[in-house]
Design a protein around this ligand. Structure first.
Ligand code: ADP
Ligand code: MG
Length: 717
């Protein structure tokens, strides 16, 4: 009997430790634990990553290349041999069935055991992937089910219905646990526990989306029926998996929807608009705002005027002009006697922001302070006092701004730049520094929609989708290490006509273990051998802030012609006269990062070039990724490609804290289902009686269970 989803007995049942499952002894339990499987529920949601079609036996002559096939054969020859080319020992068995022959090979084996198991004349049912090498077909490390003397093959198949005559699940496993053993355990788990599973998704939604009952979906995902489509299964698009993925996304999005609704229900500061500072700013601007730069502040202004806290994400490619948009939001808060905090991910970026904001704010008669981790005690204390007293209108800084000792007289707006480097938690910290201040998050990394829906699903989104005029697309070339001279020639050509260049390295100092060329060593060599007579400067993260600033200023003033640096220049530096960038070991960078770096050139009216130098050890995947850079200047396109090639975890970097761990969903594959689940979840969360109606109690409870304490909403029960 399915229990209701909120029944405690169901929880207990699903929490059953795996060592209480038949066939799981302490040794196997330990192996499962290593894979992160402790409870029945864990196992239930560990779906096969592949399936094997063992519905029918094939004649050896009819085996299809590239597929996992099942066939019966007699052993015609059996011996250990040594390969001609690599001198490697292998064990080879030739099997035949009258229709043809196939070669079975083992690369890891115990010779005595193999000889005993595979004597000439013995018959077996084999299964494995068929590969073609010229005229011969081979199966490496096949499974073998031996036939006893005089036994018919049908008898073997009938004796093992778990492993033959059906579509078999293949589980992602660690060493020491074989598929056959795993299948037995997972079968046991599915039979015992799946029948009790039930989903809390309201019936009308389930019907509309064509979802299976949960117990049925779990059963079929592990053990598809014989009429299932193998193509759909392999693509992860069968109805069973769709149902499980939908279920997972639905509760994620429902939580995000409620978070958003929760914020909307909170009281915030209803800012008024007096244009006291925004109008003079418009007169100060040396350029005309782009359409997007006028539209997005409008969206922000509407949020800020509302009586609920703003929670908005502004996404705009490198150089799209986000700073002035942030400034306009800041001025609205300041017009209402509220303070503004701007948080940036690195010291250098915080300093850049400070300088930019400072220039405008000073002209408007407003006070900005800088706060960074490396500031001296006295200087810092003074800055803190200016904020506490309310004398300072704005603080710009690193995460130092989020620390406990930082207090405001009246914080009205928090602006977080480059959100992708922060966990979602920082937003909460900032919010608690004022009384429900507005929060604006800015990111230059275009985040593919599937990711932003899961990461920032509770934020309203504004996109700056227009570049300021006068920007020239950057031509990008990928060069092998052996052609680095060509890159130097391009740079020299630019320098000769008075332009400047960036040369970027992935590391600061040579580490013993790697042969990465470090920036400091590189600068030395460039100065002496490659560009003698040119002024070569060095910028890296371990320099003192004053040194960094001085170097940047010298580059900006044209006193440095070639700036050798680590990725500290990734963000913020703006030198239109720099028209060429060379990136060493380009394959070590993420594409989003390369795109950011590349955004440092192409800032003037002249044609710019980006040269990506790849090392000889760059993988095919790495090369494909770099090629994307050469083909596109569109940050969104690049981000999508990067996500596709590397997967979400890598894409976001290990520091990303906010990405949920999906049990069955796959963001690359399941974007469509995510959109559907999101639409349904947001509609449900916005129903007036969602938080109170008895009908929705199971949904609410499941939600609380899935989100645990991450929901931070006291109002649900
Ligand atoms: P990002 O979105 O990368 O933060 P910035 O705000 O730093 O971009 O702007 C990049 C450069 O473009 C700056 O030099 C800025 O002065 C300039 N800029 C911004 N908006 C415009 C505009 N509408 N017209 C011309 N230049 C602009
Ligand atoms: Mg910026």
């Amino acid at each position: 009997m399915p229990l209701t989803p909120t029944d405690d007995r169901l929880r207990q049942l699903l929490a059953t430790p795996l060592d209480q499952v038949r066939g799981v002894g302490p040794r196997i339990a330990e192996k499962l634990a290593k894979m992160g499987l402790a409870s029945a529920e864990d196992a239930l949601y560990t779906l096969p990553h592949r399936y094997e079609d063992r519905r029918e036996l094939r004649k050896i002559a009819q085996l299809r290349d590239g597929l996992r096939e099942v066939f019966c054969g007699e052993i015609l020859a059996s011996a250990e041999t040594v390969t001609a080319r690599s001198r490697r020992r292998i064990f080879e068995v030739v099997a035949g069935d009258g229709s043809g022959q196939v070669s079975l090979k083992w690369f890891h084996y115990r010779k005595e055991w193999m000889k005993k198991k595979f004597p000439v004349g013995r018959r077996a049912v084999f299964s494995g992937e068929v590969k073609r090498f010229g005229p011969t077909r081979e199966v490496h490390h096949p499974d073998a089910e031996f036939l006893a003397e005089g036994q018919r093959v049908e008898q073997v198949l009938a004796a093992d219905p778990l492993n033959f005559g059906r579509i078999l699940p293949v589980y992602p496993l660690t060493e020491g646990l074989h598929q056959k053993a795993a299948r037995k355990i997972f079968m046991e788990v599915v039979e015992r526990f799946a029948p009790h599973a039930a989903s809390a998704i309201p019936e009308p939604i389930a019907r509309r989306r064509g979802l299976l009952p949960l117990q049925e979906a779990l059963r079929q995902a592990h053990w598809p029926g014989n009429d299932a489509s193998l193509v759909a299964l392999e693509a992860g698009r069968d109805q069973a998996r769709r149902t499980l993925v939908y279920d997972e996304f639905f509760f994620l999005e429902l939580g995000l929807a409620l978070k958003r609704r929760g914020v909307v229900l909170e009281e915030g500061i209803p800012f008024g608009v007096s244009h006291r500072y925004t109008k003079p700013l418009a007169a100060l601007l040396p350029y005309r705002l782009t359409g997007a730069q006028r539209r997005v502040p409008g969206e922000i202004k509407r949020d800020m005027m509302a009586p609920h806290p703003m929670n908005r994400l502004v996404q705009g490619d490198v150089g799209s002009g986000k700073t002035v948009v942030a400034l306009m939001a800041a001025l609205i808060a300041i017009e209402n006697d509220a303070q503004v905090a701007v948080v940036a991910p690195t010291e250098i970026l915080a300093e850049q922001h400070y300088l930019q904001f400072h220039a405008w704010m000073e002209d408007l008669g407003l006070k900005v302070v800088l706060l960074s981790g490396s500031m001296a005690g006295k200087e810092k204390a003074a800055a803190l006092e200016i904020l506490r007293s309310g004398e300072g209108h704005m603080v710009v800084g690193t995460h130092a701004v989020l620390q406990e000792g930082v207090r405001f007289k009246r914080l009205g707006l928090g602006i977080i730049d480059e959100q992708h480097r922060f966990g979602v938690r920082q937003r909460g910290v900032l919010r608690r520094k004022g009384e429900h201040p507005d929060v604006l998050v800015m990111t230059a990394t275009p985040i593919p929609r599937t990711l932003s829906l899961t990461l920032y699903g509770d934020l309203a989104l504004s996109v700056i989708d227009e570049m300021p005029p006068g920007r020239t697309p950057v031509t990008t070339r990928v060069l092998p290490e052996s052609e680095r001279r060509k890159a130097y020639a391009v740079i020299e050509r630019e320098l000769a006509v008075g332009r400047q260049a960036y040369i970027v390295y992935p590391l600061v100092e040579e580490s013993e273990k790697s042969d990465l060329r470090s920036a400091s060593e590189g600068a030395e060599q460039l100065r002496e051998e490659i560009f003698p007579g040119r002024r070569v400067g060095l910028l890296h993260g371990r320099m003192k802030p004053e040194e960094k600033e001085a170097t940047m200023a010298a580059f900006k003033a044209g006193e440095i012609e070639v700036l050798v640096s680590t990725t500290v220049i990734e963000v913020g530096i703006d030198v239109p006269n720099a028209t060429v960038m060379m990136v060493e070991h380009a394959e070590r960078f993420g594409l989003a990062q390369l795109h950011q770096l590349r955004g440092r050139v192409g800032r003037g009216a002249d044609k710019s070039t980006c040269l990506l130098v790849r090392s000889p050890r760059c993988s095919d995947e790495g090369f494909r990724r770099l090629q994307v850079m050469a083909e596109s200047n569109d940050g969104f396109r690049i981000a999508e490609a990067d996500l596709e090639i590397r997967g979400p975890g890598e894409f976001l970097g290990t520091r990303q804290a906010g990405l949920p761990d999906f049990r069955v969903a796959n963001l690359l594959r399941d974007g469509r289902i995510l959109e559907e689940a999101r639409e349904d979840a947001f509609a449900l969360a916005n129903e007036v009686d969602f938080l109170t109606a008895d009908d929705y109690a199971p949904v609410r409870e499941t939600l609380l269970h899935r989100w645990g304490n991450r929901l931070e909403l006291a109002s649900i029960g």
